[in-house]
Design a protein around this ligand. Structure first.
Ligand SMILES: [Zn+2]
Length: 511
């Protein structure tokens, strides 16, 4: 097309516009007004809209329903419920792309661009952040986001004038854009170009100029995909559907996503030997073109396999050959663990020594940790923890203390929290894969009613973190217990503040 004349280009554009219009007329869209004429009764009309949407149609021009009226920006900015729905339908592909990005796969340019659009739309549509704020979103604001373990993060825009509370998944998407796509755009940047410290950049490495047309391209692409996918079969059961699609337009949409996932794994249990459910399997079970679950399923299976390989290595440090031997024996062809994954999961003799260390066990029980103390860093930062003796890399500093509860109990506590409230829940996977949570939210703990505990007081730092949380299974006389211990990440001097990167926990706590 690059040799075409301007006239030819225009004609091409005109044809595209015409076909777009034609599709809008005859395609899978219903104008709300049209429905109003057909079904005058409002309640019946609303249920028809739900029905159509469940069948995979798009109803456009629908006025906001009463429940949504609390959010005035929606209509002002021209964001329709349809966009939220398109966004949800694109989630599977985004998750797929995200998986690719984070595992080092090089995506085609167009897919990376769409991924960036999707990240922007997540902020503008799901979280109603004004477009100009998204354009002006700074890297420093991203770096300074407040991460709550297992919950997600809060991003403060423009000195806190706007904010968005994003979910764990959303944080992962934005993070994948930031760590993989953005640096690539920067590396292509011409000498004269200036990123102005903005988070969202175009391929030229300059800040995004016209978010609205970017999003229009995203919606076009989404609709095209939806159309190609054909009608979504209605879910078989209410359980399989989770809650209705309406509910997912709430701020995080987490509840419904989790319900669907629970239904998905009860249909397709994650086992070490199973093959990932195929597209036909999804469709047959009423999950439609749901790729998010597919990739999540694979991730969970991989975790199981990694643990299995790590366990079969015993006390010998796993090698490439050892991993390959287990993989061959189990006849795994895809979703195969890598050596670095296995090494991370493997319990080294050093780790095993800590798990039997009487001093560590005693400190956990008594909540007395040598060589650290509290320090008040003033109004802004509050109370933190400093070293009062030098530590060497790998030393145990203290634990993340609290009542050990199940993941679902933790989620219940989380749901009861106020938006933006500081979260002291620590979600992690125990050594045997059990999903657990340290509840340091209920404070002080029952076992040490008069005591402030160190773990929850340590401040966050992305760049200057000097300790990191690691999961152990401590061998107490009355049985093994999962625990989270902070280890020195490097040598630490007296008076240094102890800080950990709240953002790393997901990688560290996969197991
Ligand atoms: Zn306690």
């Amino acid at each position: 097309m690059k040799d075409n004349t301007a006239e030819e280009c225009n004609a091409e554009l005109q044809r595209a516009k015409e076909s777009q219009k034609a599709w809008a007329r005859v395609g899978r869209r219903w104008e709300y007004q049209e429905l109003s004429a057909m079904v005058p009764d409002e309640a019946s009309r609303r249920s028809l809209v739900d029905h159509l949407e469940n069948k995979g149609f798009f109803v456009v021009g629908e006025p906001l329903r009463p429940a949504h009226c609390a959010v005035p920006s929606s209509q002002e900015t021209g964001h329709r419920p349809e966009h939220q729905r398109l966004l949800e339908m694109a989630e599977g592909r985004t998750e797929e792309a995200c998986h690719g990005l984070l595992t080092g796969e090089r995506l085609p340019h167009q897919q990376m661009t769409m991924f960036r659009y999707f990240c922007m739309a997540t902020l503008t549509i799901t979280h109603r952040v004004p477009e100009e704020t998204v354009v002006d979103f700074k890297v420093t604001e991203w770096n300074d986001r407040q991460v709550s373990a297992g919950v997600g993060a809060t991003i403060y825009f423009r000195d806190g004038a706007d904010r968005a509370v994003i979910s764990v998944d959303e944080e992962r998407w934005l993070g994948a854009y930031f760590t993989v796509i953005r640096p690539l755009y920067l590396s292509w940047q011409g000498e004269a170009a200036d990123d102005k410290g903005c988070f969202f950049l175009g391929t030229t490495g300059r800040p995004v100029a016209n978010p609205r047309s970017d999003l229009r391209r995203l919606w076009r692409r989404c609709r095209k995909i939806c159309e190609a996918a054909g009608p979504t079969p209605p879910p078989l059961t209410a359980e399989a559907a989770g809650t209705s699609s309406r509910d997912t337009s709430s701020v995080s949409g987490k509840g419904s996503r989790d319900d669907q996932w629970d239904a998905f794994v009860s249909e397709f249990p994650v086992t070490m030997g199973a093959l990932a459910p195929s597209k036909e399997d999804h469709d047959g079970a009423g999950f439609g073109d749901e790729r998010t679950h597919y990739f999540k399923w694979r991730r969970f299976q991989l975790e199981k396999r990694v643990l299995h390989v790590a366990a079969s290595a015993g006390r010998q440090r796993p090698t490439e050959a050892k991993v390959a031997a287990v993989v061959a024996k189990e006849r795994w062809k895809t979703n195969v663990p890598s050596l670095p994954d296995v090494l991370e999961a493997w319990v080294s003799p050093l780790k095993a020594a800590i798990e039997d260390d009487e001093g560590v066990l005693k400190s956990v029980v008594e909540q007395r940790w040598k060589g650290i103390d509290f320090k008040d860093f003033g109004e802004h930062k509050g109370r933190g923890v400093i070293a009062t003796m030098p530590f060497s890399k790998g030393d145990v500093i203290c634990d993340y203390h609290g009542k050990l509860i199940s993941e679902s109990e933790g989620k219940r506590l989380m749901d009861a929290m106020q938006e933006g409230e500081m979260c002291y829940l620590f979600f992690f996977r125990g050594r045997l894969g059990t999903k657990l949570c340290v509840d340091s939210q209920n404070f002080p703990c029952e076992c040490h009613p008069g005591k402030d505990t160190f773990g929850r007081r340590m401040n966050h730092s992305g760049k200057a973190a000097n300790v990191k949380p690691v999961v152990f299974q401590l061998n107490f006389p009355d049985g093994a217990k999962d625990a989270v211990l902070f280890l020195a990440q490097r040598n630490i001097a007296v008076n240094e503040e102890l800080r950990w990167d709240y953002g790393v926990r997901r990688e560290v706590f996969r197991r």
